[in-house]
Design a protein around this ligand. Sequence first.
Ligand SMILES: Cc1cc2nc3c(=O)[nH]c(=O)nc-3n(C[C@H](O)[C@H](O)[C@H](O)COP(=O)(O)OP(=O)(O)OC[C@H]3O[C@@H](n4cnc5c(N)ncnc54)[C@H](O)[C@@H]3O)c2cc1C
Length: 370
Amino acid sequence: MSDPLVTDTPQNQQHLQNLKGPQNQQHPQVQQNPHDRQDPNTLIAEVAVIGGGAGGLAASIVLARSLRSVVVIDAGSPRNAPSAHAHNVLGQEGINPLELVAKGRREAEEYGVRFVDATVVSAEHTQQVTQESEAVGFILETSFGVSIEAKRVVIATGLTDVLPDIPGLSDGWGETVIHCPYCHGYEVRGERIGVIGTTAMSYHQAMLFSQLSDRVTFIRHDAPEPDEAQTRMLESLGITYVDAAVEAVVRTDSGTDVTLRSHTSSAAPRGNEAGATAENETMTVGALAVGPYFRANSEIYEQLGGTVADHPSGMGSSIPAEATGATDVPGVWAVGNSADISAMVVASATSGVLVGAQINAEFIMSSVPS
Ligand SMILES: Cc1cc2nc3c(=O)[nH]c(=O)nc-3n(C[C@H](O)[C@H](O)[C@H](O)COP(=O)(O)OP(=O)(O)OC[C@H]3O[C@@H](n4cnc5c(N)ncnc54)[C@H](O)[C@@H]3O)c2cc1C
């Protein structure tokens, strides 16, 4: 039987009502907080979740199901929105990313989570938070003019994909310009795929795409020259190597045209078939793979005194968090892509579930006298 919370049949809506039961229907989270009534511009919650993507929504649901009051503030731009379909989402294979978060939000609302459609523009401590703190520790200001006071904060703001500065590249982002073989690779299987090198990790990316097509061309662009192992890998997997930079990308009805500028006087390709050999030649591909710089959306975390860390691969930055999601800033937790550049949708939701459970446990423990 399908999950009653994600299938919107009348029977399942009824089932959900039954699951909630009369006690939960009266739960104070679905009523306005007394303080909220006095000042409509201030919401009070035990937990404020900044970001309503997979990570933030999952955290909010666990907390609300633990009878915690939760406010989610969301700017409404999940990272995968440029793609029409989200893959490897168990039970929701191929769902539209915006539909997925809309469903998640409805589920959260059913449990009394309150939402503010806005950007958190600033955050500050109202007092020092310790594991035992029961008092409000944070105040968040939003672009909507609403303030949120909370005891704990979950940063679920995701990351920003910073693409190389190549004219036309961003036009196809999420469709014909892709980064993740597991998110979109199957959809471009068998096509001619150009991989634009940005770091040494781009060789790894080309290797993964070679499983999906025997027409992969590695265009070095900004990546370091291949070492011996990388050269061996390219050759043995039949990946064509072009020592050139990408000057421009143009999306056409028949594919994507890539204009190249040779890094060397002779840009002769090594390997199968490149489709372009010399300066300012154009090759046409079905898809372009590129490794963006994965920059954590960490402004609010930094305002609260946190420091972001560079990923050892050089591919991006993230909020350093323990396996529990706890950060160096007491009372502040991080989930999803803000803390892990490699987390896909399900992994982001999983981290949200774990953090929600940790925060709930911490609240309970703080009420036990030591
Ligand atoms: C093009 C593309 C396609 C992808 N396809 C897949 C796929 O098929 N399958 C898969 O598993 N993964 C896919 N991914 C990865 C997927 O997008 C991430 O795993 C997932 O979005 C991470 O969830 P998150 O909750 O951490 O962040 P997000 O989903 O990015 O959500 C963060 C939310 O926080 C909001 N926000 C940010 N700052 C603030 C602020 N200051 N105040 C309020 N709100 C804020 C944003 O607007 C956004 O709504 C894809 C990624 C890209 C770039």
